[in-house]
Design a protein around this ligand. Structure first.
Ligand code: FAD
Length: 295
């Protein structure tokens, strides 16, 4: 049983990848093609997100279990407290262990349908990710990750308080954190500094998404809760009507940010792949993070 912590503390630059559970059989085929393509590049781990509804949730268990069983990869399953009682959460965690998944990203999650709607905890459930970290830890020998927010969580009044809350999650037993999307190395490094200044020394992985289309650029804004940094908007927005040029510039922008992060001692880059391997592979190739036989 290999933990994410073992896989990221290797003293050299490496990367991890994130997938979403497939919606249907066609989606599953695309996902598995990407998993197989990336397997040869030896990512530190692969994570699979946790959906809002029952069938998507089952697919997270199935997909991570299959990664554990049928590949050489180290899987990490996301888990949220949304609409779950503690008994149900125990059950899902038990399933993860049963299918060979011992790395869990413990999240509170957002209210279904409207991420900025009022958070109402399940009457027998949990309020915060911190509580879920404790629960997962209590239930076995899991390596536990949590979410981090370079611009602060959208519901948190300021970035200092947000950093305090990340440190609380580490103190509750989280081993590492994965960052929300960000397109400025400096903004990510500021988060790392704030957290370190408060005594949070666990690794924080920056979240990176190759920017290949204007749609992805707007998705970034939605996910990160922050506007596109002006220096990036200035490079990409003039190219919105030229898909080829946009893609090339988008890959450049992301590669440059990753280069800055690596130069500042960040060892692990976490790629949001949206279940496609091509753009991630391109960025990894440019960064020299492909094993030499495949580069
Ligand atoms: P928490 O850390 O609990 O924070 C939630 C809010 O509560 C924040 O505003 C925080 O400041 C506040 N808070 C925390 N502790 C306290 C306290 N003690 N007292 C008062 N306020 C407090 N969502 C999914 O549905 N599925 C996924 O698979 C998924 N994967 C993600 C992966 C990453 C890397 C990231 C960054 C996010 C992911 N999300 C996912 C989204 C995430 O669930 C939401 O951003 C959610 O709103 C916050 O989750 P959290 O775990 O950070 O919650």
């Amino acid at each position: 049983m290999t933990s994410v912590l073992e896989r990221i503390n290797v003293g050299r630059a490496t990367f991890s990848v994130e997938f979403m559970p497939p919606r249907d059989d066609a989606d599953e085929q695309i996902l598995w093609r990407s998993i197989r393509e990336l397997e040869g590049l030896d990512p530190a781990f692969v994570s699979v997100t946790y959906g809002a509804g029952g069938s998507r949730r089952d697919r997270t268990i199935r997909t991570t279990g299959r990664v554990a069983r049928e590949t050489t990869l180290v899987p990490m399953a996301h888990l949220t407290a949304v609409d779950h009682s503690v008994a149900e959460l125990r059950n899902v965690i038990g399933w993860y262990a049963a299918v060979g998944v011992h790395n869990v990203l413990a999240l509170r999650g957002d209210p279904p349908g409207n991420p900025m709607g009022e958070w109402v905890k399940h009457p027998q459930g949990l309020s915060y990710a911190e509580d879920l970290v404790r629960l997962v830890r209590e239930l076995g020998d899991f390596c536990v990750g949590v979410a981090a927010f370079p611009y602060g969580h959208p519901r948190c009044p300021d970035v200092e308080m947000d950093a305090d809350r990340l440190v609380q999650k580490f103190r509750a037993g989280a081993d590492f954190a994965v960052g929300q999307l960000c397109y400025s190395a400096e903004d990510f490094l500021r988060l790392r500094d704030r957290v370190a200044a408060k005594g949070g020394n666990a690794p924080i992985l920056p979240g990176v998404m190759p920017l290949t289309t204007p749609k992805m650029l707007s998705k970034t804004v939605e996910l990160s809760g922050a506007p596109v940094p002006p220096h990036i908007a200035g490079r990409l927005e003039p190219l919105t009507d030229d898909p080829k040029a946009f893609r090339a510039e988008g890959i450049d922008v992301v590669t440059e940010m990753c280069q800055e992060l690596l130069a500042e001692g960040v060892d692990v880059l976490h790629f949001y792949t949206f279940n496609r391997a091509k753009a991630t592979k391109e960025v990894l190739g440019r960064l020299g993070l492909m094993p030499s036989r495949t580069a």
